[in-house]
Each structure stands twice: as C-alpha cells, then as structure tokens.
Design a protein around this ligand. Structure first.
Ligand code: PEP
Ligand code: MG
Length: 565
C-alpha cells in the first residue's frame, strides 16, 4: 500500500542514488535565553568565556588530527580563529564590563563578523566560520550539544537545516549515506559537495526540520523524496537499488555514447588538486578547468612562469585527452584583492568573468600567454593534451570575437566561450561564428534567466535546471551548434543529473562536463538511450509546465533500466 502522504517528504533531487539509514541530526546553533542574567563575578565570567574558546579550539584541533588534506586545514584555521588574541581581548573586555560569559562571546563574535563582512571578499566568507566558533563556544557555556556534524558512530542519513562549507569538507562518506537539508537550492554548495562525494541528497526539503534523531528514513536522491519509517518492502527495494547501482556503475566504463553509438564526450570539472588524481578518473578529459584557484586568496596575481608550470603538469597528466582551460572567472562572489572592481550594488551583474579584463587586461593576456607556453612545454616533453581555452561570462558576439582574437594571437588552437548569459544563448549562432565551440554554464545561465541569485538559498525552485525556460534557451544554443556543425558542451551542474544529461544531449549538447563521481551514472543512463530517444525526452521536458512535471514526464518516458538506477 502507498504510505500516508505526510510520511513522505518532498524536496529537490540533488544527488542521485538512494539509501536507507537512521537519521542523525546536525545540532541547531544554540540560541541565547531571552533574559540576560545579572553578573556577580565578572572575573569568573571572563575566565569561563575564554575557557570556552579554549575548549572549542582544542576540540577542533582534536578533530583535525583525525583528518588530512583540506579538511584538516579548514579545522586548523577554525581553531586558530578561536585563539585569535583580538577576539579574546574583546570577549574579556565585555565580560569585565558585566556581560555574562555566553553573551560576551556572542557579542564579540558578532562585532568581529561585522568587521569581516564590511571588509568584503575573502574575509567576508570567513564571517560564517566565526559564526561557527560563536555557536560552539556558546553551546559549551550553556551546556548544550556542540553544533556541527553529528558522529553517532554508525552509518546515518545526515539531516541539517543547511550545511556550511566548513562542515561539508569534514563529511565522512563511509558513515554518511545520504544528505537531507531543509534549505539549499539545486546549485548550492551542499549539492556540489554531495555530487563530488557521490552521495544521494535531497535539499530544500520542507519537513526535514521534524525528522527525529534515530528514525529510519529512505532517501531517494533521484526522485527527491524522504520516506519516514519505510515499510520493509520499501526499505528493501531502496537497498536493492543502492546495491544494484553500485554494481552497474562499477561496470560503467569507457567513452560516452548513446545507445546507437553517437559519441558524447564525458568530461570532468576540475580545479585545485593533484593533476594525476584527476587524470585517474575514467573520463575523456577536462571540460571545465576552473583556474580561479590560482588567483584567489592572494595579494598578487600568479606570475606567467608559475601559471605555466601548473598548466604544464596538467597537460602532461591528460596526454591524449582534451583539457578545456577556462580563463579567470573573478568578480562577483570571487573578488580578487589585486583586481578591484569598485563598489558594486549588484556584483553578479557587474565586472566579473571576461569583463574583468576591461579594467585589468594583463590578467587575461598573461594567462593566455601561460597557457600557450604550457602547451609548448608539455608537448616538448612528450605526449600532451589537446588544449582548448574558453572565456566565462561572455555576453555578445563582439566579446566572443575579442576573446578569440586575443587567444589566437597568444597561440591558442581551439577557442571557445561559455554561454552563461541569456543574451549569449539567444544569439549563440553569432557567437559560434566567432569561436570554435561553446560550453554552457547552466549554474549562471539559470540565475540570469530566472533573475534568481544563485548564492541565495531561498529560491531553489527558480534555480532548478529543469526549469522549462532554461531548457528552451539551451535548445536554442543546441540548434545553433547543430546548424553550424560546431560543438556545444554543458559544464554546469545540470550535466551531472543523468536523466537531464540525456535531455541535454537531445537538445544538441555534444559533450557533458561534471564532478568526477557523477560520471559513471551519466555514462550508464546515456548508453540506455538512442539519440532519437534523447530528442524525445528533450521535447517532453521542453513542453512541461514546471521542473517537477518535467522530471516526472522524462522519468516516465526514460528507459526503465535508467530509472531503476
Ligand atoms: C556555471 O556557471 O554553470 C559554471 C560552470 O561556472 P561556475 O559554476 O564556475 O560559475
Ligand atoms: Mg559560471
């Protein structure tokens, strides 16, 4: 029998796969009691407040010691923040002024956060970390459970209001079987993380706040559902599906093909990290190299020599495969200290991406010089990659022409632009005449098409890549590519959703680029559909009323083996 409706929560399908496990909740940040008690002994309050900060720092250090790499570094940085002498001085002063310990910590951290937010950029991002320190120290002082990731000591479904980046790097995929969050949209960092760990996830899920610690839930990351206390048959079905998925995906190898053998290159989205590790994934190359990692958090831009060295290693590691280098995509949510763009009321609509080269032309020309030099250096050492360059946030054919001219005169053989702005999608044929290929960034294209900020969590349904309006724009780009016989890639999060990937191919995409763990499922599902079937799925999605309807009709029309997955 069908379960009662209230037992099934519905959210946004954000990481494919399914799992059944007990809920482990992330403790909510502690709230201060409404009434601030009077203080008898300010020195005792000062000691308690500073002691709580010490305890938080020690706990973070302990957790860092169990981890390595980025996760340990993030925790180490948090611990340092808890020991920051300025912060401690402010906490001490407030306590000596008569504020109870928890209030002193709360107020001092709040002031510090305001300072960071006012400084903007990288520092503003650290404000969330300070919130983490504050919540932990206040929890210690109020005797409440420490906020942050739970560790029930067994496999679980992690349920949270939202996940902070500092939490997400610490997730242990051996223990966390699935993620469910109350907030978060389809392109939020939670989703990007879940995909990069290959975890089933449902985000933007109303009712998640009522899931009880320890209750068994069946999470379906493809349908976007969370079923509480599933019937044994349901649990068995989901577990069977998870097992079947493991087996099938382990067998999914080789280049991307439709069922009738039409090649669709399956590529990686890559950034910071070991090139050899990236190259070890079964992919046909890199479809999006986010080069920002070379530029962010620095006082000066990297030199041409430094960039050349990084790109050379990558081109060597991907010998015989394609590497698509995206030029610097700074500005907006990724400001650079050395390339200020001035005050902007709407930074996402401001000087970002390719536009950054207007006030700072050298950043782009130096990067293009380094890419070309690396291509020569790698080829001189032996087999190298097939290098392509593309610019982000191009809006007009004139900008595409300008970039192509710069890239070709630097020595680039294959030049493209990203389609992330509706204007570029609408006139994709004109852009394509200026370049060799385009690659659609669906994350930004969704935010600009729907006028919905991708960094806000409150607008998930508008940012859903299944929005018919977005798909109509993608169709326009696909047709332009087909008409001109030129490649059209997709490198936004949309490409990582297996059924949507088939729709994209039906709309004319010739390559798909995604986080590595998404590759096997996309490859498997694509291989179950002919090109004509992909076209049919695309028509159904284009005709759908809304994202949910689009998902439903495509699921119903898809190959049964693809949906079973
Ligand atoms: C996109 O916008 O879809 C994209 C791939 O670029 P980024 O996510 O780096 O902005
Ligand atoms: Mg983008």
């Amino acid at each position: 029998p069908d379960p009662a409706p209230e037992r099934v929560l519905k959210g946004i399908a954000a990481g494919p796969g399914a799992a059944v496990a007990p809920v482990a909740r992330m403790a909510e940040p502690p709230a201060l009691p409404e009434h601030e008690p009077a203080v008898d002994d300010p020195v005792a309050e000062e000691n308690a407040a500073l002691g709580a900060l010490d305890e938080v720092a020690a706990e973070l250090d302990r957790r860092a010691a169990d981890l390595d790499g980025e996760a340990a570094a993030v925790l180490g940085a948090l611990a340092l923040m808890a020991r920051d002498p300025d912060l401690r001085r402010q906490v001490g002063e407030l306590a000596r002024d008569g504020r109870p310990a928890a209030w002193a910590v709360h107020t001092a951290c709040g002031r510090y956060q305001d300072l960071l937010l006012a400084a903007g950029g990288y520092l503003a991002e650290r404000a969330a970390d300070l919130g983490d320190i504050r919540d932990r120290a206040v929890a210690v002082l109020l005797g409440l459970p420490m906020p942050g990731l739970p560790d029930p000591g067994h496999p679980h479904v992690l349920v949270a209001r939202d996940l902070a980046p500092a939490d997400t790097v610490r997730l242990d995929p051996a223990k966390v079987k699935a993620i469910v969050t109350r907030l978060g949209g389809p392109t939020s960092h939670t989703v990007i993380l879940a995909r990069s760990l290959g975890l089933p996830a449902v985000v933007g899920c109303p009712g998640a706040e009522h899931l009880v610690e320890g209750a068994t839930v069946a999470v379906d990351g493809d349908a976007g559902t969370v079923e509480v206390d599933p019937e044994p048959e349901v649990a068995e079905r989901i577990e069977g599906r998870a097992e079947r998925r493991r087996v099938l995906l382990a067998e999914s190898r080789g280049p991307g093909r439709t069922a009738d053998g039409v090649p669709v290159a399956l590529l990686l989205n890559a950034g910071e990290g070991d090139p050899d590790e990236a190259a070890a994934h079964d992919s046909e190359g890199i479809g999006l190299l986010r080069t920002e990692f070379l530029f962010l958090d620095r006082a000066e831009p990297p030199t041409v020599a430094e960039q050349t060295e990084v790109y050379t290693r990558l081109f060597r590691a991907f010998a015989g495969r394609v590497v698509t280098v995206r030029t610097l995509d700074a500005g907006s949510d990724k400001p650079l200290e050395f390339a200020p763009t001035g005050e902007e009321a709407n930074p996402a609509l401001g000087v970002r991406g390719f536009r950054t080269s207007r006030p700072h032309p050298d950043l782009l020309t130096d990067q293009l010089t380094a890419i070309a030099a690396a291509e020569r250096a790698a080829a001189a050492e032996g087999p190298s990659a097939r290098v392509r360059v593309m610019a982000p946030m191009v809006s007009t054919a004139a900008e595409a022409a300008e970039f192509a001219e710069l890239a070709r005169s630097a020595g680039a053989a294959e030049v493209g632009v990203m389609v992330e702005v509706p204007a570029a999608a609408l006139l994709a044929d004109r852009l394509l005449r200026r370049v060799d290929f385009v690659s659609i960034g669906t994350n930004d294209l969704a935010q600009y098409t729907m006028a919905a900020d991708r960094t806000l969590d409150g607008l998930p349904e508008l940012l859903d890549p299944w929005q018919p309006a977005l798909l109509h724009l993608l169709a326009k780009v696909g047709r332009a590519g087909e008409g001109l016989g030129q490649p059209v890639g997709v490198c936004g999060e949309a490409a990582a959703d297996p059924l949507l990937a088939c729709v994209l191919v039906g709309l004319g995409a010739t390559s798909l680029s995604m986080a590595p763990p998404a590759l096997p499922a996309v490859r498997y599902v694509l291989a179950r559909h002919t090109q004509a079937e992909c076209r049919r799925l695309a028509e159904l999605a284009l005709a759908a009323e809304d994202p949910e309807h689009a998902r439903k009709v495509v699921r119903e029309a898809a190959h049964p083996e693809a949906v079973l997955l």
